[in-house]
Design a protein around this ligand. Structure first.
Ligand SMILES: [Mg+2]
Length: 166
């Protein structure tokens, strides 16, 4: 099954401090969590203005978020993760489990990139995100919408990248 992911984070050279994470599964299930371990003293003014006010403010430990995501993807032998230029999101995601080498065994070690797919198709105008932006769950829903849009333009690639059927 596909999982569309987005995170908000504070990035400073050599650290990525996850603020929040949203996952939307292909079947419409969603998962959202906020970290209670964020070092806000390192946040930029932009993050304080655009990201922080949208948080619920009920955070949990990153390790617990990792366990919750394991449960969210449980019984799925072939999860496939998608993001919109997800390089940073994927690092943050892997760290929830302790690192890339400690991902649950059935997880791939990479995340597929919608931005790259869009570029390969000549950069079509993507669906506009309705409502909040820079909220990890809202952004994950938008990512799902972008996947459907690109799959409509390029069904061949969509099929080629699909995880094997269980
Ligand atoms: Mg985001």
């Amino acid at each position: 099954m596909k999982y569309f992911i987005d995170t908000e984070f504070i990035d400073q050279p050599y650290t990525l401090d996850m603020i929040s994470i949203g996952l939307v599964a292909e079947d419409g299930r969603e998962y959202y969590a906020e970290s209670n371990e964020v070092d806000w003293s390192r946040a930029s003014q932009w993050t304080l203005t655009h990201v922080k006010p949208q948080l619920d403010g009920v955070g949990m430990e990153r390790e617990k978020i990792g366990y919750a995501i394991r449960r969210f993807c449980e019984h799925d032998p072939h999860p496939e993760f998608w993001g919109y230029f997800p390089a940073h999101d994927w690092v943050v995601f892997c760290w929830l489990f302790g690192g890339m080498g400690e991902l649950p065994f059935q997880f791939p070690q990479h995340c597929l990139d919608l931005r790259q797919w869009a570029q390969s198709l000549g950069d079509p105008e993507l669906p506009h995100q309705a409502g909040a932006r820079h909220h990890a769950l809202a952004d994950a829903w938008w990512t799902r919408e972008v996947w459907a849009f690109l799959a409509g333009l390029d069904p061949k690639t969509a099929a080629a990248l699909a995880p094997p059927k269980p």
